[in-house]
Design a protein around this ligand. Structure first.
Ligand code: PEP
Length: 263
């Protein structure tokens, strides 16, 4: 697929943690910790995905203090506006300068019955409103046993990309469900194998250029102690981090993986 010019992306999915006051304190402390460590901001893109109620406060802070973090939301409505109680439009998110939105996280698929069709509609809604979808795919332990590692994530990605333009800016996150929050991460080789298959899906569903430029993240029990192994793999372009993104020093160390990647 040619030379890899993809900027690594380290994304923190806070899930339903940190209220708006805690979010502001966390972002300030993370920024300060990276500054103290003389972290080079251009070497890796950092994104945080707070709960909806935190977005305005975090956006204001990032703006005022010129903090080089991108802002993302954890979900988006498939609809633009109207009688959809409790939903959030992509237009509201882009007005808050959100750059990314997580779509199809396994917790949404499991607890909110999100199908590949719903995921596809949300991906299109995000793109329509200028947001970059972070499309989550991954197999359960049962899927792994029955179909192997890549069959289900590859099908999910195909479904998510139906009718999406090859020029669309997207991010893919490969998150084996059995690795999320379990402390049992995939091995770097397992992650690489599935990410390579997903890059092939990008090539066939979109085109070669989209496959070469689209970042594919690994997610599932990523920590400071294992990030380097994933980042050495050619098709892993970053990480979607849950639990470890809630601990300033741990998340800062993941962001600084280039200091311990040993390549
Ligand atoms: C996630 O939920 O996206 C995730 C990867 O969680 P954790 O890092 O806690 O496994």
């Amino acid at each position: 697929m040619g030379v890899n010019t993809r900027t690594p992306l380290i994304a923190g999915n806070w899930k339903m943690n940190l209220d708006h006051l805690q979010a502001v304190a966390f972002v300030q402390k993370l920024h300060w910790t990276l500054k103290e460590a003389k972290h080079e901001d251009d070497s890796v893109e950092v994104a945080v995905f707070p709960p909806f109620t935190d977005l305005r406060s975090v956006q204001t802070l990032i703006d005022a203090d010129k903090i080089p973090f991108a802002l993302g939301a954890q979900d988006v409505s498939a609809h633009d506006s109207g009688a959809y109680t409790g939903e959030i439009s992509g237009s509201f998110l882009s007005q808050l300068d959100a750059r990314y939105v997580i779509i199809g996280h396994s917790e949404r698929r499991e607890y909110h019955s999100e199908t590949d069709e719903i995921v596809n509609a949300k991906v299109k809604a995000a793109l329509k409103h200028g947001l970059t979808p972070v499309i989550c795919v991954g197999e359960t332990a049962d899927d792994l046993e029955r179909f192997g590692a890549s069959a289900v994530p590859a099908e999910q990605l195909k479904g998510a990309l139906a009718g999406v333009s090859a020029s669309a800016d997207i991010v893919v996150a490969y998150e084996p469900v059995w690795a999320i929050g379990s402390g049992q991460a995939a091995t770097p080789q397992q992650a690489q194998d599935v990410c390579a298959v997903l890059r092939g899906v990008l090539a066939s569903a979109l085109n070669d250029d989209a496959a070469a430029r689209t970042r594919i993240l690994y997610g599932g029990s990523v920590k400071a102690a294992n990030i380097a192994g994933f980042m050495r793999e050619p098709d892993v372009d970053g990480a979607l981090v849950g639990g470890a993104s809630l601990v300033v020093d741990e998340f800062a160390s993941i962001i600084r993986f280039q200091k311990h990647v040993g390549v």
